[in-house]
Design a protein around this ligand. Structure first.
Ligand code: ADP
Ligand code: MG
Length: 301
């Protein structure tokens, strides 16, 4: 039994060596391929994390996907992007992370155009949680710590607490040392998402983006994550894309996007009163005769 164990421990060393490299690109963890940066690019100066788009037009090919967009995600506020599939919601987040650059207009963080900023400084300011969590075949602890390699064990565990992950992690055979398997295959979808959120929390960035982060989950897992998110995003600039409207009822503003344009924006109350496309979406999801969700949102105010 000794030989395989020795081989395993050697394997572990090589995994850890690989992780050093992984941590170096940590800013782009959970984020797809990125743009090249300008030769004279400068790091973003720190700020409160206001995110803005001014006259942004962009398409992946010849046809524009978003057109002349003006958006303000105020520092510390939660905004929800809603609207039909293919309307451009994910594209807006892609532009915010500078995975793509607008063909016209500017994307700004705290008034600074991302076009002139270093990619690493942009990525540092933003946490992203999407529908698919990227986990490495290592321990729970190391998977969370990837967000900030100098984080202590206590900080890792505090982030897990905040993400409602600590309880399930503690119940795993080796707790935080449990290996998660190839891309987290030993964990459930809800558990993987909570680790992704723990990572986002540990990163301590002031802008947090969530793209259908809970859409694939059952409602129990979603509720656990929802509760964690409400707590964690309180003082962050947060943008949430969610198919289930129950997820976004507490947002400070709701932006309805269709065919790459903002059709409506306002508070839940504004948009329900406006009786436009958002109202129709809302009625479709909750049923016209069901007042509970509005009452819920008001109770949360
Ligand atoms: P939403 O998130 O609102 O569903 P998306 O931003 O994903 O909308 O998509 C907007 C449009 O852009 C769609 O027509 C989609 O097919 C297209 N699109 C999205 N991502 C890409 C991509 N990587 N390459 C080419 N087209 C894309
Ligand atoms: Mg999308």
């Amino acid at each position: 039994a000794y030989e395989p164990a020795k081989r395993l421990s050697r394997m572990r060393v090589s995994i850890e060596t690989a992780l050093v490299g992984v941590r170096m690109v940590l800013g782009i963890l959970d984020m797809p391929e990125s743009q090249a940066e300008a030769r004279d690019a400068r790091p973003l100066k720190p700020g409160r994390g206001a995110l803005e788009m001014r006259g942004v037009t962009f398409g992946y090919g010849a046809a524009p996907v978003v057109r002349n967009l003006d958006l303000l995600f105020s520092a510390g506020q939660t905004s929800a992007l809603v609207g039909p599939s293919g309307g451009g919601k994910s594209t807006i987040l892609n532009l915010a992370m500078r995975l793509y650059e607008p063909s016209e207009g500017e994307v700004l963080i705290d008034g600074q155009d991302l076009a002139g900023a270093t990619l690493s400084s942009v990525r540092q300011r933003i946490s992203f949680v999407g529908q698919n969590t990227f986990l490495f075949s290592t321990s729970v602890r190391e998977n969370i710590r990837m967000a900030r390699s100098d984080a202590t064990d206590a900080e890792v565990e505090a982030a897990a607490q905040d993400a409602n992950a600590h309880t399930f992690v503690s119940e795993l055979p080796q707790g935080y040392e449990t290996m998660v398997g190839e891309n987290g295959s030993f964990l459930s979808g809800g558990q993987r998402q909570r680790l992704a959120i723990a990572r986002a929390i540990l990163k301590r960035s002031d802008i947090m983006l969530f793209d259908e982060a809970t859409s694939a989950l059952d409602s129990h897992s979603e509720a656990l994550i929802q509760e964690a998110l409400a707590r964690v995003t309180r003082d962050k600039t947060t943008v949430v894309i969610a198919h289930r409207l129950s997820t976004i009822l507490g947002a400070d503003q709701i932006i309805y996007v269709e065919e790459g344009r903002v059709v409506e924006r306002g508070t839940l109350r504004d948009l329900l009163a406006a009786d436009g496309p958002f109202r129709r979406l809302y009625d479709r999801q909750f049923g016209v005769a069901e007042p509970a969700p509005i009452a819920l949102a008001e109770a949360a105010e």
